[in-house]
Design a protein. Structure first.
Length: 171
């Protein structure tokens, strides 16, 4: 199954952007390919660009990388809860409130990439452990219905979305 095969009732309108950005790959292929894609992409960014802001109040590339890590953790946690049959509605999060407390620019890019790799490997391991039934489980996150498999595609598409923004606006 690919992201384009998902039913629109499996994710919110807000997440449609990320579903579209997931490319036309199977879920595990997208997660696995994305691991090396991000690492190679970031390693090729000139060091002087890593703390560059393309406009006042915008995030740096380091901020964006840590945002992708934080978001992946949150979405993987949502997938875990839903895949285990937890029906508790899960709250949203305000990404802009996370960045000032993440201190990404005080960290080396190597430490950010190491953390990203650990998080993505954990995400891959988690999704590999799920059976077909679990991938179809639905829960509520950010006041909307979402399937576990849609969350996996959102993780992939969210990363692709931000790599596109970095390419267009920072480099």
């Amino acid at each position: 199954m690919k992201a384009s095969d998902l039913s629109t009732n499996e994710y919110s309108v807000f997440n449609a952007t990320y579903i579209k950005a997931a490319d036309d790959k199977a879920l595990m292929e997208g997660l696995i390919d994305g691991l090396l894609q991000l690492v190679n992409f970031v390693k090729n960014i000139p060091v002087e660009k890593l703390e560059y802001r393309y406009a006042e109040g915008k995030w740096t590339i380091k901020d964006v990388v840590l945002h992708m890590i934080d978001t992946e953790r949150i979405f993987a946690y949502r997938a875990l809860r839903i895949s285990r049959g937890d029906k508790t509605p899960l709250p949203g999060f305000e990404e802009n409130e996370y960045v000032p407390f993440a201190f990404a620019n005080s960290r080396s890019i190597e430490s950010l990439l190491a953390e990203y790799q650990n998080v993505r490997k954990a995400t891959i391991s988690f999704f590999e452990s799920l059976n077909e039934d679990q991938l179809l489980f639905f829960g509520t996150a950010s006041n909307t219905a979402i399937s576990v498999r849609a969350i996996g595609f959102i993780i992939t598409g969210h990363q692709n979305h931000h790599l596109g923004i970095i390419s267009e606006r920072y480099l």
